[in-house]
Design a protein around this ligand. Sequence first.
Ligand SMILES: Nc1nc2c(ncn2[C@@H]2O[C@H](COP(=O)(O)OP(=O)(O)OP(=O)(O)O)[C@@H](O)[C@H]2O)c(=O)[nH]1
Ligand SMILES: [Mg+2]
Length: 321
Amino acid sequence: MAPVDEPAALLDRMLGGDRRALARLLSLAESEPARFDPIADRVAAAAHARAGKTLRVGITGPGGAGKSSLIDAWIKVARARQETVAVLATDPSSERSGGALLGDRVRLAQEAPDDGVYFRSVATRGAAGGLAHTGFDQADLLDAFGFDWLLVEAVGAGQGEIEVSFACDVTVVVFAPGGGDAVQALKAGLMEVGDLFCVNKADLPGADAAAATLRSVVELAPARGAAQPAPVVLVSATTGSGVAELPARVRALGQEKIASGEAERRRRARLERRVRHLLQRDFERRLRDDATLARLRAETPAAASGGPRRIAAEIAARLLR
Ligand SMILES: Nc1nc2c(ncn2[C@@H]2O[C@H](COP(=O)(O)OP(=O)(O)OP(=O)(O)O)[C@@H](O)[C@H]2O)c(=O)[nH]1
Ligand SMILES: [Mg+2]
């Protein structure tokens, strides 16, 4: 029998509902990719086989808009309905401020430990903005484990929000009133990935105006694959207004996507994205060890044979052989 901490054995235990095995595998995906890689496709297949049971929701938007607060409120709504929630959070603000991670905050606020909620932060080291490469594996692990919801928080700082939309079935973009966020969002490509837009902090002045502006922007830029412009809703994580309806609304959007074939299209796009990631990672690794490149660093330019294109073509031909 394989040792109990072998990745394959851990996966068997995790699929049987063992949380400690889940935690170990999440860590493995993050810090020992070489050990995780051999089981990664089994994890992806297990997640795929359950397709649709776990709704993967990306929650993105500018820093401080209230993403974590909304997730916090979302958990309460879901738990009141006996639904289970996993949260995958990239929480760079907490690193900056040294404050508590969302998970700690929610755990502290809970009266008793709750088995129906699971938190994990993604290390964003080296990833531009949001979801690191390992985030995809971690999302698959949590999906395969079988929560009703997988909420993925990513800061809309560039590439991150695009990644999160690939990793998830439905993407919610959160704004707060003021600050010209809609204009920023247009620049960052946020408008294209949003399936639903939340103007949070509806208790603050300017929320109605922000929602009106967003609606006019959304009319101009319909969400990917949707027949209708994405809805814009006003919510307040603090007062709770509009929050109770949010999960059901997102669930309905997810079901619409399944019915229209968009969910399947998105899953294929996710697969392609992941394959590209892996090829790029593999290529980068090989380039790191490439003798020709090392020689270029060592030699004076005059001694290098040929121009950049010729050298690149030679290396590519060798690596792809
Ligand atoms: N007035 C008001 N404040 C809110 C509301 N929701 C969140 N906040 C506050 O806004 C601040 C930022 O909230 P977070 O939930 O941490 O925002 P975030 O988008 O997760 O922030 P980052 O992860 O740093 O990008 C906190 O001080 C919250 O208390 C709301 O509905 N109304
Ligand atoms: Mg946050």
